[in-house]
Write a protein that binds this ligand. Structure first.
Ligand SMILES: Nc1nc2c(c(=O)[nH]1)N[C@H]1C(S)=C(S)[C@@H](COP(=O)(O)O)O[C@H]1N2
Ligand SMILES: [Mo]
Length: 414
């Protein structure tokens, strides 16, 4: 018998909770949950117009990994609000399940010998990618939504490549284990035959139980429920938003009134000075095959005005309900500079620094009559923090494409 004080000895692990049933239940929850995370994650990437690189997407050499990309639609207007809300809220909710699952199999990490055969060695390497990939994806995701881009500019490629590595290992693992996991779950929590997959997880000398396996599952589920209840409010306005205790609170207080909804980056943060946005100084430059026209805010207001009720839905998972935006249609501005058929557009902000000072929209997005260069919201001029003198708003698009403090529109440049 090996020294039971060392984690390499099975006798070192004393929890009576460990066993095939507990691990299998958690595993099957993750099977469903992580599949949804992967799909909504790819969808989020597609929504970002990565084909309009290098403006939107700087992910190097995505090549075949971009095979599924499609032109992001503008309907229904809440599409990204839903997919990204699910991605972020589900990811946060699954944290206790992931941690419990890793805890339940941790003795295997220390099992000796490190490899019994070539097949066993390969399997252990795939598990390393699986566990490492899971921790990496959950950590980068949480850091991004909670702490606001700790890796400016590099979050997308990190989270994107990490997802593919993680998911490849996940598929292999699921193919090998799901049938046995289903069998394990059908059995009762206490009845574990010696030959069940994962029977080696059962401690050979368990401590007396302080909670049953079912009770432990309820604890994990309770933890998830608590995270859900304190996160999901980030997808709503008003009193529900206040339940989002876990959503970052470093944001500017949007106040009340027509402009009283979530602000991401304030004008002050973005370095926008009031002198640049005044009626005297600010001109919008619109460029196309017919040349460049410069328009003041007053001139823009004399063009035909249209309204659209659209939400803002950020990649960080928060969103606002639908606000009434009013302004000039992007496709009318395209026509003004010689594009009768809508073209894609490069949007540039007054902002001089920061990742989000420019964005590219597809021709399909420009064609939609609800895609606006908005001048007002909910019946009042835009506030400086929401992008005065003018901002872009596009149905169903990620918030990051709704450029604020617009200075220049270049149609057909991409
Ligand atoms: N110029 C500029 N536009 C910007 C940003 C920015 O930092 N600078 N942030 C974008 C992001 S990430 C989001 S989610 C929305 C948020 O818009 P809001 O602050 O009006 O809610 O603005 C977008 N437009
Ligand atoms: Mo955002």
């Amino acid at each position: 018998m090996r020294d039971q004080r060392l984690p390499t000895s099975p006798g070192f692990w004393r929890s009576p909770l460990r066993g095939p049933w507990f691990t299998s239940v958690l595993g099957l929850v993750l099977l469903v949950g992580i599949t949804v995370l992967f799909v909504t994650g790819l969808v989020s990437y597609a929504a970002y117009n990565p084909d309009l690189s290098p403006v939107n997407d700087k992910t190097p050499g995505k090549g075949v990994l971009g095979f599924y990309l499609f032109s992001w639609p503008t309907n229904p207007v809440w599409l990204y609000r839903l997919t990204q809300g699910v991605h972020v809220t589900l990811g946060i909710t699954l944290i206790p399940v992931l941690l419990a699952k890793l805890w339940s199999v941790v003795p295997k990490l220390f099992a000796l010998p490190p490899a019994r055969s070539l097949a066993h060695a390969l399997e252990r390497i795939s598990l390393l990618l699986l566990v490492g990939g899971a921790l990496f994806e959950f950590t980068t995701g949480v850091l991004n939504v909670q702490l606001d881009y700790v890796f400016p500019g590099s979050f997308y490629p990190l989270h994107f490549y990490g997802a593919w590595v993680f998911f490849a290992a996940f598929v292999v693992h699921a193919a090998l284990r799901v049938p046995a996991a289903v069998r394990n779950v059908r059995r009762r929590a206490s009845a574990v035959p010696e030959d069940a997959l994962g029977a080696d997880l059962v401690s050979p000398r368990p401590d007396p139980p302080s909670v049953s396996r079912r009770g432990a599952l309820w604890l994990v589920g309770g933890g998830s429920l608590l995270l859900f209840a304190t996160s999901a409010g980030r997808s709503f306005d008003g009193p529900l938003r206040r339940t989002a205790l876990l959503a970052p609170h470093g944001w500017a207080d949007p106040g009340d009134g027509p402009n009283g909804f979530q602000i991401n980056k304030t004008a002050e943060y973005a370095g926008i000075r009031a002198v640049e946005t005044g009626e005297e100084a600010w001109r919008l430059a619109v460029t196309g095959p017919a040349g460049t026209v410069r328009l003041s805010r007053g001139e823009l207001l004399r063009l035909p005005q249209y309204s659209a009720a659209l939400p803002i839905a950020c990649v960080e998972g928060w969103s606002t309900s639908e606000q009434w935006w009013r302004g000039v249609r992007l496709r009318d501005l395209a026509a003004l500079v010689g594009h009768d058929d809508p073209a894609d557009v490069l949007v540039e902000s007054l902002q001089r620094h920061g990742a989000f000072r420019r964005a590219a929209l597809s021709a399909g997005q420009v064609a939609d009559g609800r895609s606006l260069l908005a001048l007002s919201v909910n019946g009042e001029p835009l506030s400086l923090d929401h992008g005065y003198p003018a901002r872009v708003i596009v149905p169903a698009a990620p918030g990051v494409l709704n450029t604020k403090w617009v200075a220049r529109l270049t149609f057909g440049a991409l």
